[in-house]
Structures are given as C-alpha cells and as structure tokens.
Design a binder for this molecule. Structure first.
Ligand code: FAD
Ligand code: SF4
Length: 331
C-alpha cells in the first residue's frame, strides 16, 4: 500500500488567498486542482509538501466565456467540461479533441486544464515508488545524481506528457499567472522550457489563473493526433497538433505544428514556410512537411517504448493530421 505523508490541507476562497498561502510557506506548499497527477506523485514520494493549497473550490477559477476577442478558460475547468463546452467545440475543435483524449473519463472529470498545463514531466525511472527508485539509486530529477536515460548527471530529459499544451501553442494562446506580487501573462509557447526537472517558467509562488485563446485563431483548420498503447487511460507516447491557414483554393498561407510527449517540452516544428507556404495542401506538400518534422524529432528512452518507433510514427501521425485538414474534416 502507498501511504501519503502528513500535510496541512488548505481551502482558500480566493486566488489571492491561495497565493498568499504559497508565499507564507516558501517552497513548502503546493497547489492542487484535480489531484490526478499530484496525488500519485505524492504517494510515490516525488513531492512531500507540508502544505497543500486546494484550487477547485475557488469561484474565479471556473468559467469558459468569450471576452474581448478571446476565449477565456479558467484554470479549474475540468477536461470534461473543456472537451464538451459548445464554445470550445465551435471555435477550437482540436482543443476539445485533445482534452477529450486525456486519460479516461473519471480522470477527465477530476483533472483540470490548469493542472494539464502545469503537469510534471514523466519518465520510466521517475514515476515509480520510493522503494523502486531507492533500489536504482534514484536519479537527477529526484534525490539522485545521475540520469539513467542520458547516463550523465547534467540534464533531465523526462517527457512533457500533457495533451492540451501542443494545441494551445498552435492557437497562439497565453496563460495568466498570479503570485502575491501580482499578475503576469506568458504565451503558452514560452511557458515551457527544456528542463525535465521543472519544465515551466511558473514560479513556486505562482498559480495559473486562466488560458486565453485569440478568437481570430478560430479561422484555422486544425487537427490533433495522439499515439498511445491503449485507446484510453494511457499517457501519450507522441502527440501532434496542427493549425493551418488554408485559403478557399486549398493553398496554405501559414501552418503551425507542435509535436510533444517526446522531450521535456513541446517542440514547435520550424522552417515550415520553406515547404508549405504558398503551396497546395496535396500529397507532395504533406510528405515534405512530414519529413521536416521527422528530422527535428529525437525521442529518447525516457519512456520504455522503442524511441525509433515513436520517431517513425511522427510522419505517420502528421500525415494523418494533414489529410484530415485537407479533407475538411478537421478537429
Ligand atoms: C492513469 C493516468 C493517465 C493519464 N493520462 C493522461 C493523458 O493521456 N494526457 C494528459 O495530458 N494527462 C494525463 N494524465 C495526467 C492528469 O490526469 C492530467 O494531466 C490532468 O489534466 C492534471 O490536472 P489536475 O487538475 O488533476 O492536476 P493536479 O494533479 O491537481 O496538479 C498537477 C500539477 O499542477 C499543479 N497545478 C494544478 N493546477 C494548478 C494551477 N491552477 N496553478 C498552478 N499549478 C497548478 C500542481 O501543483 C501539480 O504540480 C493521466 C493521469 C493518470 C493518473
Ligand atoms: S530523464 Fe533522467 S533525470 Fe530525468 S527523470 Fe528520467 S532518469 Fe531521471
């Protein structure tokens, strides 16, 4: 049986009360939303906060609405509500699809969009019990000095394994963060950094308030694809989000592609203007785009699934996404 350590559970009524609690217990308090990731991680001894600050009961962290040319999704909205909400489905079907493919129904009913954005990275040598990790001598990310994937003590390459962030990056979304010092806004693309230990720019004293997506991005044709071992429950082995600005004649004006679940942060595929802009979205263009993405993706054995196979699936799943977009049945 995996036991939780003792901690004090706080239920603040407002976001400001929540960040004041974080500031009062520097480095010793963690926010919790649905708890679908934090609770297992606490049971594994990966996090042992003395104070846990609950967010789900805070009214201002709920709601999905159009405001000032943006779709605003508050952080404690569940993945179920994001996947089913009429405004999300109408404007951003790829986000609805990504949220609806996270884990399984029970976890989506508890798990939130804020928790999905702040999800810890994952690795076969990390998401284990204390006993398991102790037997291996721990690792760089937690309690140890070396990385069992890269075999060095310098860098953690645990995988960013959340499904909604790649989509949010293709849509040009931003997040609002609050600390006791005030509020700041960060583009989702800049929110993630290539550090498997702490892979976001969010400070220990900040909570994520909301995600904002420009409604102008609703004109893009979009797709989200996810590779996993089973059709439900499993984390992604690979996920791909595409947003393409395609004119009525089928010519690409712009395309954004983000590939994730391979390294510590979502990878924005670069150089697409050379192979896509001004071209018809046909078989040749799809092949050129898929080849470019393949060249830029280099998964490691951070998950015990053959990295060469995961890499080989990048062009396969990307072509699937582009076919959907070309056929006009995007999500
Ligand atoms: C079996 C299983 C399968 C899963 N499969 C998937 C999957 O396929 N795809 C996927 O993306 N995820 C998956 N998950 C992970 C998880 O369920 C989701 O990512 C979920 O969205 C996490 O949200 P939460 O509210 O439960 O986060 P929590 O567990 O409450 O928190 C996660 C982290 O985010 C922080 N946090 C939460 N909310 C905020 C906030 N508003 N501000 C600041 N920090 C915050 C917490 O401190 C914690 O560090 C899976 C989990 C399990 C157990
Ligand atoms: S990538 Fe290396 S350091 Fe990071 S969790 Fe895995 S084994 Fe640990």
């Amino acid at each position: 049986m995996l036991r939780l350590h003792e901690y004090t559970y706080h239920r603040p009524r407002t976001a400001h009360e929540a960040v004041e609690l974080l500031a009062t217990h520097p480095g010793r308090a963690l926010p919790i939303a649905g708890g679908t990731d934090l609770m297992p991680n606490m049971k594994h001894g990966l996090f042992t906060p003395e104070h846990v600050v609950a967010l789900r009961q805070i009214a201002e962290l709920h709601g999905i609405e159009e405001r000032d040319g943006e779709l605003v999704i508050a952080a404690a909205e569940t993945l179920t509500s994001v996947s089913r909400h009429p405004l999300v489905r109408r404007h951003f079907p790829s986000l609805a699809r990504a949220a609806g493919l996270v884990a399984g129904p029970q976890l989506r009913n508890m798990g939130t969009i804020g928790g999905n954005l702040c999800l810890d990275t994952r690795c076969t040598y990390y998401n284990q019990t204390f006993f398991w990790r102790d037997a291996l001598g721990f690792c760089l990310k937690k309690d140890g000095e070396t990385c069992h994937v890269t075999k060095t003590g310098r860098k953690c390459v645990a995988a960013h394994s959340a499904d909604t962030p790649p989509v949010l990056i293709t849509l040009g979304a931003t997040v609002d963060l609050l600390s006791a010092d005030g509020e700041r806004t960060v583009p989702v693309e800049a929110f993630f950094i290539a550090d498997g230990i702490a892979n976001t720019v969010r400070g220990w004293n900040e909570i994520l308030l909301r995600v904002r997506i420009p409604l102008a991005a609703a004109r893009f044709r979009t797709s989200f694809q996810k590779l996993r071992q089973r059709g439900a429950i499993d984390f992604p082995l690979l996920n791909i989000a595409v947003a393409a600005d395609v004119d009525a004649g089928g010519v690409i004006a712009d395309v954004r592609i983000v590939v994730s679940a391979l390294g510590a942060r979502p990878r924005v595929i670069t150089g697409l203007e050379k192979v896509a802009r001004g071209r018809a979205l046909d078989e040749n263009t799809a092949t050129a785009i898929a080849e470019r993405a393949f060249q830029q993706c280099h998964p490691l054995t951070n998950i015990i699934v053959d990295p060469d196979w995961r890499r080989a699936m990048v062009p396969v799943y990307l072509r699937k996404a582009l076919h959907e977009i070309a056929a006009g049945t995007p999500a």
